[in-house]
Design a protein around this ligand. Structure first.
Ligand SMILES: Nc1ncnc2c1[nH]c(=O)n2[C@H]1C[C@H](O)[C@@H](COP(=O)(O)OP(=O)(O)OP(=O)(O)O)O1
Length: 168
């Protein structure tokens, strides 16, 4: 049986640009990604998303301004963990992105997103996100550099997606 671990992933948008952070340490080191991490036991998912954004690039968002745009799952061959990643996006934020011990932030135009230095799965689902679609994705990896299989589904509504999962 897989043990589920809850994570957040936040993308800040500005006109035709998206803010990514270059991960300087830990899981996903040396890759560009959104901002996020584990949800602590004392906080809601939205609070965790806002906290991680602040810790990783010094931007402030109100949890209520974060829009849930996707649900991603990652599993790894031979590993008992399922990473359950709640993806959020907003263009409402305060502050200027600043480098921290964990991340070096940088704005990218949509056509310049550096997929060659990102998780392999990102180039499969970023087009959905950049077109404003909601979606579910599951990616099964062997190690960190090979996707054995995956599934991506466009969703009408995140609320309906979570209600539907509860009843299954
Ligand atoms: N494959 C893939 N694509 C895109 N994004 C991700 C993945 N795998 C992932 O884990 N992620 C995201 C989900 C999270 O936002 C981070 C991972 O969080 P992590 O840095 O391990 O969590 P922290 O709580 O910050 O960890 P510590 O630094 O405190 O140990 O990557």
């Amino acid at each position: 049986m897989l043990v589920k671990k809850l994570f957040t992933l936040v993308f800040i948008r500005k006109e035709d640009q998206i803010l990514l952070g270059f991960k300087k340490r830990g899981f996903g080191m040396n890759k560009w990604n959104g901002f996020g991490g584990k949800v602590e036991p004392n906080e809601t998912i939205l609070e965790a998303a806002a906290r991680e954004l602040k810790e990783e690039c010094c931007l402030t968002v109100k949890p209520g301004d974060l829009k849930n745009i996707a649900h991603l799952e990652f599993t790894f061959e031979g590993e008992p963990t399922l990473m359950d990643v709640r993806v959020f996006s907003t263009s409402i934020f305060e502050g200027t992105p600043k480098e921290t011990e964990e991340m070096r932030p940088k704005w990218f135009r949509h056509e310049d997103v550096p997929f060659e230095d990102m998780w392999l799965d990102d180039k499969l689902w970023f087009p959905y996100m950049l077109q404003g679609k909601k979606f579910f994705g599951h990616f099964h990896y062997e190690g960190f550099d090979k996707i054995l299989n995956y599934k991506i589904e466009e969703l009408d509504s995140m609320k309906a997606f979570y209600e539907n999962r509860k009843t299954k």
